[in-house]
Design a protein around this ligand. Structure first.
Ligand code: FAD
Length: 562
């Protein structure tokens, strides 16, 4: 397995078919799809891979049933196709998520309309289980009786309750690890990638973009990378980058929403997620069911609660959540589902980021119109500038599919024969031979020395490549221990540094391991993790302290409002 090496000197020596700006899930999926089609690719990320929205989302892989109420069949099909693709290529990281939606009365919020919707969805998605492993197959939706709903959610509002609907989305075990699995696959196929490399300029000769100027943030040097096509996948930064470098404006102007969800370190519902209806509603729904939905979702040993949307037109760096807002959200969810009984002080993590919301519309947070389509823009048409494509993604769910479309465009630009994309079929890092891993290996070798919860975390984060982590403990038994109150193995720290380009302690804590995904680890754990990393990287006392302080400050920043 080829390791990820940060070799910036090599990047300046080659002319790539494709330069991708942005190491979020969309840019990373594009790198994977492009390398599979034989292109030479470099992916450039100004911070760490997936540090932005891609590490901070709600972990749902939408199956598309909700888009039926907008009458958007194309989106229903797209979401379902991508949910199937992810569960096929990353079975270790993506699992079906059963969701229950209670029904009230017999009108638009009633059981009859919802059961018709589920039937229609099932008919539209009959192919959804093609080539999926048995445990990831999505069953038909089902109507539940009123008594079943009360049994599952004893504190549900019972006035007018007529029953409920059970349907399925998918859920991601660990979003930054999903991004990393895609990236490792791309690197294995030959892609180059570097974090902490910021694109500061886009280079053009006449009407052709020819490359990018970058700043190496770790070495404080600037250099140029040449490419035949540049894919701007810089997410919420994409249009700022176009403006500041080429003075281009995207038309229509993308509007972003600050999305927010939070984590509670206990299970509120059992194995089912609960969709709760709130008082604000979508402005553009086809079948208005009189409110929009917040979700209470079981995830590992936690509960995810969200998602709230608010139009945000500042720079992504300025994103913040006030304490009052968070209290309002807690109040809203407690009203929607009194059984939640959430206290603000319980919140163990706040996830927020910017999501594409719509185009050119100014809509307040009370009238929700969700972002519907990702933004794929060929600048040769509007701006008469060739060699440049912009892709701004609307949902992580559809990143692979949109990446495939973007690479179709790249192939046309390069004038090469269309090679069919295989990224929906080929398992990504850890996804191959995942079936039965748990049953067949748990009593073998080093694994048998680990508690079951640690084994599970290893399997679901690294899939069939878990062995790449354990090998670091072969000659160093101390690394075969998990950190206190955590399922993270000490060997994972070494693995992240040597194989996954972890440059900073924050990279290890927030994006390579499970440490920073649900709650703040104990201070002593962060210190110990830092010490292992300092030994590996040769940091002095001063740098170690700075790295630890940085991680602790980031955790506080997440929870500042809580
Ligand atoms: C709270 C919340 C909940 C959500 N829930 C879900 C969900 O449940 N399911 C779902 O499917 N989607 C969800 N989404 C949406 C999803 O997270 C996004 O659609 C997706 O992560 C966007 O990925 P991206 O790669 O486009 O952007 P990003 O992850 O933001 O990546 C863009 C990258 O570009 C880099 N970059 C920017 N400028 C430069 C530069 N000059 N040089 C180099 N690199 C640069 C940035 O550093 C960044 O890493 C949610 C979003 C939020 C905020």
């Amino acid at each position: 397995m080829k390791k990820m090496k940060r070799d910036t000197a090599a990047l300046a020596k080659q002319k790539y078919d494709l330069i991708i700006i942005g190491g979020g899930i969309f840019g990373i999926c594009a790198a994977w799809d492009a390398t599979l089609r034989g292109l030479s690719v470099v992916l450039i990320e100004k911070e760490d891979f997936a540090h932005g929205t891609s590490a901070n989302h709600f972990k749902m892989v939408h199956g598309g049933i909700r888009y039926l109420q907008h009458g958007d069949i194309v989106r229903v099909r797209e979401s379902c196709r991508e949910r199937s693709a992810l569960m096929r290529i990353a079975p270790h990281l993506v699992k079906p998520l059963p969701i229950v939606m209670p029904t009230y009365g017999h009108g638009m919020k009633g059981k009859e309309i919802l059961s018709m919707g589920m039937l229609l969805y099932d008919l539209l998605t009959l192919d959804r289980n093609a080539k999926l492993p048995a445990e990831n197959k999505i069953p038909f939706g089902k109507c539940l009786s009123k008594s079943k709903i009360i049994e599952l959610f004893p504190d549900i509002k019972s006035k007018g309750l007529t029953g409920g609907a059970l349907f399925y989305d998918g859920q991601i075990q660990n979003p930054p690890r999903l991004a990393m699995s895609f990236l490792r696959s791309a690197v294995k196929e030959g892609a180059a990638a570097a974090n902490y490399l910021e694109v500061t300029d886009l280079l053009r000769e006449n009407n052709q973009v020819t490359g990018v100027k970058v700043k190496d943030k770790l070495a404080s040097v600037d250099f140029i990378i040449q490419g035949k096509v540049v894919l701007n996948a810089a997410g919420p930064w994409a249009h700022h980058l176009l403006k500041s470098t080429l003075n281009l404006k995207l038309t229509p102007t993308p509007i972003f929403s600050r999305d927010l969800a939070f984590v509670i370190p206990r299970r509120i519902t059992g194995k089912f997620a609960l969709a709760c209806t709130t008082s604000s509603s979508d402005v553009d729904v086809f079948f208005d069911r009189g409110g929009r939905h917040l979700f209470i979702v079981p995830w590992r040993n936690y509960t995810l609660v969200g998602v709230w949307h608010k139009i945000f037109d500042e720079k992504p760096e300025n994103i913040k959540v006030t304490s009052e807002e968070l209290q309002d959200f807690v109040d809203e969810i407690n009203i929607a589902y009194p059984g939640a009984k959430i206290n603000r002080s319980e919140i163990s993590m706040v996830n927020t980021g910017l999501t594409l919301f719509g185009e050119d519309e100014q809509q307040g947070s009370k009238t929700m119109s969700f972002g519907k389509r990702s933004y794929l823009f060929d600048h040769s048409k509007e701006d008469q500038l060739d060699g440049l494509i912009t892709l701004i993604g609307v949902r992580a769910t559809t990143a692979r599919g949109m990446a495939e479309k973007a690479i179709d465009m790249v192939l046309i630009k390069l004038g090469v024969k269309k090679i069919r994309s295989k990224s929906a079929q080929i398992p990504i890092y850890g996804g191959k031979n995942f079936k039965n891993l748990l049953q067949t290996t748990q009593h073998q070798g080093q694994l048998s020395m680990l508690p079951n919860v640690v084994q599970n975390a290893l399997f679901y984060n690294y899939g069939s490549e878990y062995i790449n982590v354990l090998k670091y403990a072969s000659n160093a038994p101390a690394l075969l221990k998990n950190f206190i109150n955590s399922t993270v193995l000490k060997a994972e720290i070494i693995h992240a540094i040597r194989e996954e380009m972890a440059e900073k302690l924050a990279d290890v804590v927030f994006r390579r391991t499970d440490f920073g995904t649900g709650a703040i680890p104990a201070s002593s754990v962060i210190d110990e993790c830092g010490t292992i990393m300092a030994n590996e990287k040769g940091w002095d006392e001063l740098q170690l302290k700075a790295e630890i302080d940085d991680v602790k400050a980031k955790f506080l920043q997440y929870l500042d409002s809580a």
